[in-house]
Every structure is written in C-alpha cells, then in structure tokens.
Write a protein that binds this ligand. Structure first.
Ligand code: WTA
Length: 664
C-alpha cells in the first residue's frame, strides 16, 4: 500500500541502490570529474558554467558577496535571456530544430521550431512595446499552458520587462494581490483554457481582479497600475470587453514585424517575480536575476537531465505558472536547445492513459514530473501505462515533495521499465534551480533519497544551534554558500528577505525543510518544518488559508493543518469555530463545510480548497495562545493525540475528539 510519510523507520530500512546504466554513464554530460572540479574551486566551476551562455558583453567578476545576503553574480556582464533561449539557436544554425510539440487538451497540436519561436518572440516584443511596456516594467501573465505563455514570458525578457506569472488555478483575489504588489502595467491572459473537457474561463477573473469591489471592501478602487489587458484567443468563448483597456493578442502581436533587437541587460537585471507562500499570510514576491538565474537553470538542466539536444525529447509536466515551469520548461531547456513536449491538459482527459499516449506518440526520452502524479497513476493501476510503448524513455525526474520509496520503485519499474535512472531533485522557488539530485551517469541512487548536492552547491543539515549533524542524524536543511540562481530578494521588502531566510542560523540560508543524512551522508528530505504545506507539489501556508476562513462572516476562529494524504502528499484540513452571534448559520457541519470550501476557492483559488473542514467548539492552544497544529494534525490523520502537557486547557482535545465522534 502507498504510504506517504517518510518515517525515519522506513528510511532506516531502505537499503536498495541502483547504479547508473553503463551506456548512459559512458556518454553522460556530467562525470564524477564534475564534483572534483567544483570541489577544487567552486567559483571557477560556476565561471565555466556561465561561459556556456551567450554574453553580449563578457563579465569579469564571478561573485560579489559584499552586500550579503544579497548576492551579485557575473554582474558586469550583459546578456538577454530570450536571446539565449531562442535567437542563439537560430544564429548558430539550429533554427529548424523543434522547440515544442504542443498538445492541446482537446487534441489540437502544433509544432514550433526555434525559428518559429524566434519570429513569435520578436513580434510579441514589438507588441508589448506598442502597448507602452518597457524595460523594468512588470507584466502579469495569467494564461493556460499554451505556447503563448512561453512566448509572453520570453517577450518580456526580450525587452527587459519583468514577468510575474500567476498560476491559472489562483483566484481573482490572489491575482489582484499579486498585480498590486508588483504594480503590473499589463496583464496577459486568455479568454479561457481547456480543463477536463470543458472551457475554463480566465478573462472574467482578470476583469474581477481589476475592478473596484465597492466601498468598505478590500478593493474600493479599481486596480491603479494596469493600463492594458492583452487577451489570447484560446477557447473562443464569449468575453466581456473593456474598450481601450482590453486588446486581443492577435490584433496587437500578429501585425508586428518579426524584427527586434533584444534589450541587453546587466546580469543582475531582474528577470521575473514569482509569488510563493511564505510562513506568514501574504505571498512573497520572490525575484530572480537574469545572468545567475540562467546559468543555474541551464547548467543543472544539462547535467541532471543529461540532455542531448539533438536526440532527446524532453517533457516536464509542470505548469509554467510554477518555478519548475520557469526553470525547466522555459529558461533551462530552451537555453540548452531542447526539443520539448508542452501539454495543456490534465492526465486523465479524455482517458487515464493520456500521458503515456503522448510519450509514445512523441518518443519522449526524458520525463520530469511530481510524486503526486506518480501516486495518482499507481492508484489508477499499471495496466494503463502498460498499454503504451514507453521504450523511448531513458531518464525520469521527480520534483515537488519527498518521493516515498514505494512510488519511486513503481515509477522506476512501471514507467521506466527498470532501466531508466531516476533523478529526485530537491529545490525551491527561492533556489531558482536544482540544488540536490543524483547525477544520472554518476550517482548510485536510493529509492526516496535526493542523494547529494549538485556540483557547485554547498548544503548541510544542522541542529537547533546551527551545528552540522553527523551522518545518521536529522535536522534542518541549510545552504552554506551563495549560488548563482539564488533569489535576489522579496520584491520591495529586503527586511523580509533577510528575516525569512537568514536570521535562523548565522550566515546560512534556511530552506524550511527537514532533512536527514544517512550513514553514507546521503540526503533524505523530510518535508517542511514550518507552516508551509505541500499539496500536490503546490506550496500553501496554513495562515493564508486561516485568514481566508476567518474573513467569512460565519467563522470566529480557524486552524489549518496539512495532513498526510495518499495521493496529494498533504491535504488541507481546517478546524473552524463558528460564531455564536450570527444568525442563520446551518446546524449541519457539512453545509457549513460546503459554504466555506467555496469561500476558500474564491479567496485563494481551487489549489487551496480544504479537503476536510471540521466544525469544532475549541482549538488547542498553548498558554501563550499559539495554536498547537501538531495536535490537530494527529486528529486529522486519525492518530492518538500526542503530548498535551503544554496545552492551556488539556480537555480541549477530548472535546474535539468527542465532537467529531458524535458528528459521524
Ligand atoms: C518541497 C518546487 C523533497 C520542499 C521546485 C521545498 C521537495 C518545496 C522536493 C519548494 C524533493 C521540492 N524532495 N521535497 N525532490 N522538491 N520539495 O517553491 O519542501 O514550489 O521546500 O519549488 O517543495 O516548493 P516550490
């Protein structure tokens, strides 16, 4: 049976190892020499990696750490990320290579070569300029997984504008927060996208996000910063139109000339902002540089996925709205000239073999996906992938959450035919690129372990006092040296950047993850140690959802925990206390739960919808008033409740248990 939690027990008993396939090792992009080189001179190692990019003006300094913890890498060089991802391939004679095999959910397909992408990004860049967007301006992108999403991101990069992609699963309210925080001038969206066989509208959510919500609301005024909304026609559904503000992509972009000189920017010029859940309520706008970020994304993509751009067909199933899509669909693979699959839809539309059909059809050789997807396929049964020819696959990747050994083994056996190595890659929006992973031609892997830091990255596991733990013990994961693709900060809030990541341990980057070093010193990730949850690989914060719940007139108090879930890794479980002074609240807990679930969807988006909402009379708190989520997690996971000695009122847990039993 599938178990999700990495208990220390099962890690202690996991002894299987898998050597790299001989044929892969013989031709691997990265050999053991890579670690040696990085070990001898880390900065020189990164300098060489940086030299693989196309620079407009070369850099002379590798790292400037004088303003720590804000780093500057290659800062006196200039370049353009779009030039590296697109133009360079055309310039160097690779224009005919396929950049994307796009597969729409309804079955429409499109093949785009690097030359096609070149034409499109130049037109789009000219289109953006014609709308008055220029270097340093922020552009919000709220699109389905279609080629225009990639084109829009690269067109921003091309003119030096800073994109902020907002995942389509976020609500109008979340979009508004992100637009306001970044003061975006333009929103690029679509009429809608295809989702599970129907049309999911996006433009109405943008309209709602930009509108005034009336006196006394959080948004009494319409959004002040946005001048235009650029709308891609994808589904053809009817769309309300604000004259003057709204423009069709095909009207603005298509007539432009396909000639545009990239804006050469300093290596430290911000490339994008990406919002992610932090430990407090409001999402943080993390931002990344152009040069260092691109070096990290391209280099790790080359060595971890062993990409052979002439022959591989690479498919990363993430959405471009997340960091994985940024680094391992757009910037890393394209800089390396990869041929990719880009798929718009869900894995079971119109049937549960859709992914495997795509692998077979396009001869996918490298697949990069998330444990939650693998566990879903396990649940659907191996008979489904077995119906397809998956023999083209040669390498499998995993990202987003700890992968349990059972899922790892299933992935290797059923999808990888017992021949493909698995790279379990640990990293974060903050790190910009992969930090811990096996190298497929070098590392003997262990099911469930992300193994070792990639060359050039310095990682440790420390105890409460910040001291490295010995092999065999666990603690907090930290990064001990700056790295090129590290975040440069939180948009507009240096203080929050320093306090979130650098105040826990002196001089060490605090990742927020627990980890263990096994007896060989290999790393096992144990999940978050803070209030961040990981639901299907999406980061959510307990407080963010608690805030949304208490904003509802029925709710007096709310406590949210991430409970283990067989498929999604963790699931959102909320405990709410309803108000005694409000009339009309249904007696029926299910009715309350239904209404509140709808409310959270509206406030944050479908990604944050609680799996379970329990109406309770009290939540457990310490004497200082802090909610004891640990105990609620015990309840949510049906375990005996742990140590209650620090509770202000120890009868609370009995009351919660009793109430839930009675409600069954
Ligand atoms: C978790 C996604 C274990 C971790 C790239 C991290 C992982 C958070 C792994 C970042 C992995 C990601 N093994 N845990 N291979 N990959 N995580 O910012 O808790 O969406 O802190 O970046 O996901 O999530 P984010």
């Amino acid at each position: 049976m599938v178990t999700v939690a990495h208990t220390l027990e099962n890690l202690h008993t996991e002894r299987r190892t898998f050597k790299p396939p001989v044929s892969l090792a013989a031709h691997a992009n990265a050999t053991a020499y890579e670690y040696k080189k990085a070990g001898v001179d880390r900065l020189e190692y990164w300098r060489e990696a940086a030299l693989r990019l196309a620079w407009h003006e070369p850099f002379t300094e590798i790292l400037d750490w004088s303003d720590a913890p804000v780093s500057r890498w290659f800062h006196d060089g200039t370049l353009n990320a779009c030039d590296n991802a697109v133009d360079r391939h055309v310039r160097e004679g690779r224009g005919d290579r396929v950049a994307f095999h796009f597969v729409g959910e309804p079955g429409d397909t499109e093949t785009l070569t690097y030359a096609d992408m070149h034409e499109r990004v130049q037109k789009a860049a000219n289109g953006l300029l014609s709308l008055g967007v220029g270097k340093g301006d922020r552009v919000a992108i709220y699109l389905p997984q279609i080629p225009e999403a990639v084109v829009a991101m690269l067109a921003c990069a091309r003119i030096g504008a800073i994109h902020s992609v907002v995942f389509g699963g976020f609500s109008a309210e979340s979009l508004r927060q992100r637009i306001d925080d970044a003061e975006a001038k333009l929103v690029i969206t679509a009429d809608g996208g295809n989702r599970r066989g129907s049309h999911l509208a996006l433009k109405p959510l943008v309209d709602e996000a930009l509108a005034s919500h009336g006196e006394g609301t959080a948004h009494p005024e319409p959004c002040a910063s946005v001048e235009h909304v650029l709308v891609v026609r994808r589904t053809g559904q009817d769309t309300a139109w604000t004259e003057g503000r709204d423009r069709w992509w095909h009207d603005v972009v298509d007539p432009q000339t396909a000639a545009h000189e990239p804006e050469w920017v300093d290596a430290e010029h911000p490339l994008f902002i990406l919002y992610t859940s932090g430990t407090t309520g409001t999402p943080k706008g993390l931002f990344h540089s152009t040069g260092g970020y691109l070096v990290g994304a391209a280099h790790t993509h080359r060595i971890v996925f062993d990409l052979k751009p002439e022959t591989d067909v690479y498919w990363c199933t993430a959405d471009v709205g997340w960091i994985t899509g940024h680094s391992y669909i757009v910037y890393g693979p394209m800089t390396n000239g990869a041929t990719q699959v880009l798929y718009e839809g869900t894995p079971n539309t119109p049937h549960e073999g859709r992914w495997w059909e795509i692998v077979q059809e396009y001869g996918v050789t490298i697949l990069y996906t998330a444990p939650t997807a693998i566990r879903t396929f396990m649940k659907w049964g191996e008979a489904i992938p077995d119906r397809f020819d998956l023999s083209s696959l040669r390498l499998l990747g995993s990202v987003g959450e700890p992968i349990n050994p059972e899922a790892w083994m299933w992935y290797r056996r059923v999808i990888g035919g017992d021949r493909c190595p698995i790279v379990d890659t640990w990293w974060q929006t903050e790190t910009g690129s992969i930090m811990i992973s096996p190298l497929p031609g070098v590392t003997a892997t262990k099911p469930g372990s992300a193994m070792t830091p990639v060359p050039g990255v310095a990682i440790d596991v420390v105890d409460d006092a910040g001291r490295p733990v010995p092999n065999g013990e666990g603690g907090y994961l930290v990064i001990t040296e700056p790295w090129p693709s590290m975040l440069r900060g939180i948009w507009g809030n240096r203080h929050r950047y320093v306090s979130t990541y650098w105040n826990h341990f002196d001089g060490l980057y605090f990742a927020g993850d627990g980890a263990k070093k096994d007896v060989d010193g290999d790393l096992w990730l144990l999940g978050r140690v803070d209030d961040v949850m990981n639901v299907s690989g999406h980061r959510l914060t307990t407080t963010e959802i608690e805030h949304a719940l208490v904003a509802h007139p029925w709710v007096a108090e709310a406590a949210v925990v991430g409970a283990n879930d067989e498929v999604t890794g963790q699931a959102v479980v909320a405990f709410v206390i309803v108000r005694g002074d409000v009339a009309g609240i249904p007696d029926d807990g299910e009715a309350v739960a239904g209404e509140l679930r709808k409310h959270v969807r509206k406030q944050i988006g479908p990604v944050a919808t609680p799996r379970t909402i329990m109406v309770v009379s009290e939540v457990p708190k310490t004497r200082s008033g802090k909610i004891m989520r640990r105990l609620l997690r015990d309840v949510a996971e049906n375990r005996p409740v742990g140590d209650v000695t620090t509770l202000a009122d120890s009868s609370v847990m009995d009351a919660i248990r009793g109430g839930l039993e009675a409600g069954k």
